[in-house]
Design a protein around this ligand. Structure first.
Ligand code: GTP
Ligand code: MG
Length: 301
């Protein structure tokens, strides 16, 4: 009987490790078998999806707001709304990871709960990659936007410490900045201050005409606006009256900006569970969800 055995030579597999995969977001090098970038935690699937040189170049959008501003609720509803739309702009999610946010937000709202707070570690953020077809102008666009945690952006505005956040924002083609209408209605000035800080922060990136944020479109979105008719009727004049700081700053520094109002819930109930206040959506009644994105798409043309 022979004592010889056949052992497959796996050393060829090591060759793959010699070629680094650059992250689409931060350009950091990664191993070919990593799921997420080891620097910024963006899914590496994005790099493979955009590798096709003949495909449309994807554009990144920043969706910025403080914690509790309504980013996750809005983005989940936006993806759902775009994916159901036919005729005008309709969207298809690219990659299974892209459907996760929509699925989770819709499931939570269907069980009469709002989505959970986004964790601060970027590893658990959802990244959306949508292919948006606009048959009217015979165009297909690729848009990428992460659902960031508000606390991370808030910290970044105060300390400007994260090279990854800066790299991401440098690459973005535009931004949607969220302002919490419920806070504004209570006379709380923090949404105004947050948006002013965002404008100052973005304004410091570059003075060059081609790369300055001055020339990139910014949509200001009043979230949770279901109870404010004034806000829905004329978001711009609502902004002039209720968030005068950011209104003046945007008028002075930005070439392209607009104000919008949206709400995900038609009515909510506020309860206290174990001493902690919680809000539950009584009716899911999305309003004003697509408008900021339609405006943004026109600006990005
Ligand atoms: N009334 C009302 N409340 C809303 C609406 N959307 C969100 N909320 C409330 O706002 C809370 C925060 O919403 P999120 O979407 O989780 O906010 P976020 O900006 O993602 O917060 P972080 O993940 O902490 O950054 C929810 O738990 C709801 O209580 C809305 O359309 N109407
Ligand atoms: Mg969130």
């Amino acid at each position: 009987m022979s004592r010889l055995v056949t052992a497959p030579l796996d050393s060829l597999e090591l060759m793959h490790y010699a070629v680094a995969v650059p992250c689409f977001v931060c350009n950091g090098d990664n191993r070919h078998d990593s799921e997420r970038c080891r620097h910024c935690y963006a899914p590496l699937a994005l790099s493979y999806q955009v590798a096709d040189k003949r495909a449309t170049k994807p554009e990144m959008l920043a969706v910025l707001g403080p914690p509790y501003a309504g980013k996750t609720s809005y983005l989940g509803m936006l993806c759902d709304s775009l994916s159901r739309q036919t005729g005008r702009a309709s969207a298809v999610s690219r990659g299974a990871f892209s459907v996760m946010l929509q699925q989770q937000v819709i499931a939570r709202l269907a069980s009469q709960q709002f989505p959970t707070h986004t964790p601060e570690d970027a590893e658990s953020w959802h990244w959306n990659h949508l292919q948006i077809a606009e048959p009217k102008v015979r165009r297909v666009r690729e848009l990428i936007f992460p659902d960031m945690a508000g606390a991370v952006m808030e910290r970044e505005l105060d300390h400007q410490a994260s090279p990854i956040t800066r790299a991401f924002l440098k690459k973005c083609s535009g931004a949607i900045v969220l302002l919490d209408t419920q806070k504004i209605e209570r006379g709380d000035p923090t949404p105004d201050f947050f948006a002013m800080k965002v404008l100052s922060y973005l304004g410091e990136f570059s003075n060059k005409r081609s790369t300055s944020w001055r020339n990139r479109p910014i949509a200001f979105l009043f979230t949770k606006a279901e109870r404010s008719r004034e806000c829905f009727d004329s978001p711009r004049s609502y902004a002039e009256t209720h968030v005068p700081g950011v209104f003046r700053q945007a008028t002075a520094s930005q070439k392209r900006f607009e104000f919008f109002a949206a709400s995900v819930a038609g009515a909510t109930i506020n309860l206290e569970v174990d001493g902690a206040p919680i809000s539950l959506p009584l009716r899911v009644e999305p309003r004003g969800i697509r408008e900021p994105m339609s405006w943004m798409l026109k600006q990005l043309r």
